[in-house]
Design a protein around this ligand. Sequence first.
Ligand SMILES: [Zn+2]
Length: 131
Amino acid sequence: MAYHSPVSTGLSGRCPKCGEGALFKGFLKFNENCESCGADFTMEDAGDGPAFFVMTIVMFVFIPIVIGFQFLTDAPGWLVFVIWGPILVLACVGLLRPFRGIMFNMQWVRNAQQVRAKDFKKPDFKKQNED
Ligand SMILES: [Zn+2]
């Protein structure tokens, strides 16, 4: 099977396995499986990762612009909030879907899974003490 870049398939919202089927059912909700190849997306667990990256990127890009706008125009705080608040929210919401897609597809390609308590073996302290 051909390799599909997790970044390109994530940006386009496509299946990480076949690169064809839709990854999303709604705006941010994932499909249960790929309609093209049947890949199972139920283990999807991007968590807060995409939101963290989106907030960080938006902050680094927009906050200097907002502060520069404030200094250049000497606009009152409420006006800065009214102008830039919706822009910041739209930037975050707009970037969230592609970042969710990229993060999930990278997890898929690397076969990354959440570590669970059942995956650990109980340490055998008796045996350690005998040595
Ligand atoms: Zn697929």
